[in-house]
Design a protein around this ligand. Sequence first.
Ligand SMILES: NC(=O)c1ccc[n+]([C@@H]2O[C@H](COP(=O)([O-])OP(=O)(O)OC[C@H]3O[C@@H](n4cnc5c(N)ncnc54)[C@H](OP(=O)(O)O)[C@@H]3O)[C@@H](O)[C@H]2O)c1
Length: 312
Amino acid sequence: MKMIMKAIRIHQYGGPEVLAQVEMQRPAPGANEVLIKVHAAAVNPVDWKMRAGYMKDFLPLTLPVTLGSDVSGTVEEVGLGAARFKRGDEVYASLGLEGGGYAEYAVAKEAILAEKPSTLDHVQAASVPVVGLTAWQALFEVAQLRAGQKVLIHAAAGGVGNFAVQFAKAQGAYVIGTASSKNQAFLGELGVDKAVDYKKTRFEDVVQDADVVLDTMGGDTQERSFKALKKGGILVSIVQPPSQELAAKHGVRALFYGAHPSSSDLTEIARLIDSGKVKTVVETILPLAEARRAHELSESGHGRGKIVLKAA
Ligand SMILES: NC(=O)c1ccc[n+]([C@@H]2O[C@H](COP(=O)([O-])OP(=O)(O)OC[C@H]3O[C@@H](n4cnc5c(N)ncnc54)[C@H](OP(=O)(O)O)[C@@H]3O)[C@@H](O)[C@H]2O)c1
């Protein structure tokens, strides 16, 4: 039987206008896979970077392709050998860079799925996986952030940043976050110990003894971040490999990190969310059909929290 679904696809690299709504064959789950009825899919900066072709040299897409890594929905069908979930279960996941989330249905390996946080609706849940996993893994797997340590988080009002602030606070760290004037009060609500307005203050003038810097900006922000670290500290960049020369000069470690899908990390994150210690921040909710607008907003680079597409 032919099952048709709506999806937002790109057939070529380009501006937001290359995002097109199409009707296509619903995917079928293969061995150890699950078909998810997508209720909501979040938008991440990597989506428009891939759409524009900025990543095609090291991550070429086989076009046409359905973008979108973050999904929350219900299990529709399970493939051969998939036994962790059954039809109707509420799940959320990062599909990784393979994407497929901007659609009414998406296939995922069951190994990367986790139970949706029970206190969240699907829109809120979809806003979590990519940014939540990135903040979690960068702070705890890579930087090994501990209670009592000092961490500087750039773009603390953004998708990755707001989770990083909340996770670091839940861990008992001292947290400094950067944002522009309009987000200073918001950083206070998130729980930062010190908010720095990056347009008025050079952060390295007021922070020089951080154990950890989470670099979400790269470029000049990354370079100046070395001065914010104490000797023996660590800079983790999620945007650009840092200079090893500068790291050696400042007596710190510095590395690039790319987050990976993880069911167990998502389960831990869901536990924190359901305990009330971590909140989700969704600034914009749009129907799936308005993915172009969602990309324009994400590309502006000054959103607060997440942009989520509602599929059902
Ligand atoms: N390596 C990985 O695995 C990985 C995973 C996820 C994301 N990323 C990358 O990490 C970056 C951040 O992602 P995201 O989802 O958090 O982005 P986002 O939500 O779009 O970030 C928006 C935030 O950036 C802030 N901002 C802009 N310029 C700033 C500056 N100079 N200093 C401090 N804050 C500034 C804005 O605050 P104001 O409006 O107050 O300026 C806004 O709140 C993106 O480049 C993304 O591609 C990498």
